[in-house]
Design a protein around this ligand. Structure first.
Ligand SMILES: NC(=O)c1ccc[n+]([C@@H]2O[C@H](COP(=O)([O-])OP(=O)(O)OC[C@H]3O[C@@H](n4cnc5c(N)ncnc54)[C@H](OP(=O)(O)O)[C@@H]3O)[C@@H](O)[C@H]2O)c1
Length: 286
């Protein structure tokens, strides 16, 4: 298990870059005041890692929240993602510039390919991903991203990528919560030197439907959200909880004054499928 004492503890990526062990999610956070304020609230609560994406439509507001927080850019870890319409070398090279401009920064800490098999490139996804990864490697070399990775890839997409990649992805971001641990995928990623980031660590709200979690949380005098995020950390995942409510943003960061027993970790592992499963990237409609 990683060193888990505070929000600013880090995992070390395969290229030596340090990444804070909890990130703040922003999917479905409306651009404008809500995104700006929630990012400011997260930074005030101690988060030093923010996760956004071009497709979320809120990069400008996330950037505004970072500026308004007064934090030094170098003390913050910022991720954004390449959307599915740009799985071509030139388009990817242009997309990072657009994201940087919107975010109001000259580099991101992590740049991810958002999906492994977009519908637009489905008849030649392997070649499209190879071309896109070449761009990701050049973006890394240029310093516009300090680390690069993928999201919503399965093992066969990664094996295909490895055939032409000069650098393996440093991060895999995938749907990971007690309802779907994607055990084979995360083990494959770990074996290949990739850190597993847990998106939808609260199942986009659905883990609150799991009654068994309430009982476990009550025993620790913690909330269900805190127990599930702690479970994620004790699996060496990097959870990315999202909220637009200040009190929840603070609650989701209070994960370091308790430890789940081995028995309870196993109990929580046992909720597989109870609150949804990861989408299959080969069947996405976008
Ligand atoms: N790479 C990808 O394809 C991908 C896909 C999905 C997500 N992600 C990333 O992962 C992040 C998190 O995933 P997610 O947005 O699906 O959701 P999530 O973090 O699993 O859950 C967020 C939901 O739970 C609610 N919530 C948060 N904290 C709570 C608490 N303490 N008590 C009760 N309810 C709480 C939020 O409501 P309020 O906001 O109203 O508080 C929201 O409805 C995203 O924001 C994004 O950055 C990436």
């Amino acid at each position: 298990m990683a060193h888990l004492t505070k929000l600013t503890d880090t995992y070390t990526l395969s290229n030596g870059v340090e990444i804070p062990i909890v990130g703040f999610g922003t999917w479905q956070t409306p651009s404008g005041e809500v995104a700006k304020q929630s990012v400011e609230d997260a930074i005030a609560a101690g988060y030093r890692h923010i996760d956004t994406a071009a497709i979320y439509g809120n990069e400008e507001s996330v950037g505004a929240g970072i500026k308004a927080s007064g934090i030094n850019r170098h003390d913050l870890f910022l991720t954004t993602k390449l959307w599915n319409d740009s799985h071509e070398y030139k388009k990817a090279m242009a997309a990072i510039d657009t994201s940087l401009q919107k975010l109001g920064t000259d580099y991101v800490d992590l740049y991810l390919i958002h999906w492994g098999n977009p519908i637009k490139y489905r008849d030649h996804w392997e070649e499209a991903n190879a071309d896109t990864w070449r761009a990701m490697e050049d973006i890394l070399k240029s310093g516009k991203a300090r680390a690069i990775g993928i999201s919503n890839f399965r093992q066969h997409h990664l094996e295909a990528l490895f055939k032409t990649a000069s650098v393996k992805p440093m991060v895999n971001q995938s749907f990971l919560n007690p309802s779907d641990m994607q055990k084979d995928l995360t083990e494959f990623c770990t074996k290949n030197g990739m850190l597993n980031e847990a998106y939808s660590p609260l199942g986009t709200g659905r883990i609150f439907e799991i009654d068994g979690l309430k009982k476990i949380a009550a025993r620790y005098n913690k909330t269900v959200a805190q127990v599930v995020l702690r479970w994620s950390l004790q699996h060496d995942f990097l959870p990315l909880p999202k909220s637009v409510h200040k009190q929840r943003i603070i609650e989701n960061a209070q994960l370091f004054d308790f430890e789940l027993s081995h028995h309870d970790m196993e109990l929580i592992d046992g909720f597989h499928g109870v609150a949804g499963l990861a989408d299959n990237p080969d069947e996405s409609k976008f």
